[in-house]
Design a protein around this ligand. Structure first.
Ligand code: DAH
Length: 360
């Protein structure tokens, strides 16, 4: 007859060592299944003499009960351990900060922000926004703006030329936003008051120049418009944009083929401590070119320069963005580095308005 205590020792050891439900079930079947070792012993009871049965019965039944309760205890322990493991794995640290929603994480690029800001300022003065194509004809980019053919000013622009088309014409990536002056004067009845923000292109690259950059052009065409109007508009713009109570501006004579007279404009600033401040200081900083629209340009657009006069200006958007928000290098503007955008970008729901504060 089987050694009951050896069988018991073996079963109890394997039950307590069973690593999971499946292993435990295998031990149960081996002991208590139809062909199991304990089931086999129970069957022998029927063949025993009453005396034998009286002796062995309690031992075999006791073994069965003991193995059954060891199985139940182990099953419970395994279930508890599984629950503990799951709870540990699914722990939520409620003290962690919550993840920000996309609308809170996203950032508006400083260029877009500055375009929104200057659009708000000029809209308040009655200007609307005009746009034109980035790929321009030589006519709009140069000829209609009074650049004579072969004039050195064309070379000054470091123009990107496209390959000649079927008619042999070489289009250009516009070198400034001024061609949209022509497009506007040809299609809009004066009085005209527009600003033209947009991308411009020149073959140039260093800390303050990139091959693609942004300008905003301004154009006013009306009867009797004069330099006094231009000066007032530019001063009001600079005060509003740089968010200061007053600016001192200096108009220096310059040359552009499409304006006569032409000027470059500096604003007074201080550069103390490596920081540029407007409305104070002894230094000057150039921020734009401007002038009275040349009579030839007005005539090229089919208007009579004896009836209509106007003025225009062109300003680098990237440059005034760098000045206002203290960004020392232009190149990262166009590198799409999320760390730079997170640092210098603006929250999408903080729309610039004159009433609410531009950069508040
Ligand atoms: N188009 C000029 C440039 O890119 C800037 C400019 C100067 C625009 C004078 C104007 C202006 O409208 O009147 O350098």
């Amino acid at each position: 007859m089987t050694d009951l205590s050896a069988l018991k020792g073996d079963l109890l050891t394997r039950i307590s060592a069973a690593p999971d439900e499946a292993a435990l079930e295998a031990v149960r079947i081996e002991a208590l299944g139809k062909a199991g070792s304990i089931s086999g012993l129970l069957k022998t009871l029927g063949t025993m003499t009453p005396d034998e049965r009286r002796e062995k019965g309690p031992l075999i039944n006791g073994l069965r009960d003991e193995v059954q309760s060891a199985l139940a205890a182990r099953r419970e322990a395994l279930a508890e351990a599984a629950l503990e493991a799951r709870l540990a794995a699914e722990t939520v640290d409620v003290s962690l900060p919550c993840r920000e929603a996309p609308e809170a994480l996203g950032r508006i690029h400083p260029i877009s922000q500055v375009i929104d800001e200057l659009t708000a300022i000029f809209a308040d003065m009655g200007f609307s926004v005009a746009e034109g194509p980035d790929i321009e004809t030589d006519f709009y980019n140069f000829t209609a703006l009074n650049f004579p053919v072969g004039h050195p000013a064309r070379e000054m622009h470091d123009t990107f030329f496209l390959p000649p088309d079927a008619r042999g014409e070489r289009k250009v990536l516009r070198t400034h936003t001024s061609p949209v002056q022509i497009r506007t004067m040809k299609t809009v009845e004066p009085p005209i008051r527009v600003i033209i923000p947009g991308r411009t292109y020149r073959c140039d690259s260093d800390q303050t120049h990139t091959p693609m950059f942004h300008q905003v052009e301004g154009l006013v065409i009306d009867k009797g418009s004069h330099l006094g109007h231009l000066k007032w508009i530019l001063e009001e713009f600079c005060k509003a944009f740089f968010e200061v109570d007053g600016v001192t501006m200096r108009f220096r004579p310059s040359f552009f083929p499409f304006t006569e007279p032409s000027m470059e404009v500096d604003i007074q600033c201080s550069r103390k401590g490596g920081e540029i401040r407007f409305g104070e200081g002894e230094d000057w900083l150039e921020i734009l070119g401007c002038g009275m629209v040349h009579p030839n340009v007005i005539r090229n657009c089919g208007l009579d320069p004896d009836v209509y006069q106007g003025f225009a200006w062109g300003m680098g958007i990237d440059r005034i963005a760098m000045l206002k928000y203290g960004m020392p290098d232009l190149r990262p503007f166009f590198e799409a580095d999320i760390r730079w955008l997170t640092h210098y970008g603006f929250r999408p729901l903080d729309l610039p308005t004159l009433a609410g504060g531009l950069s508040a």
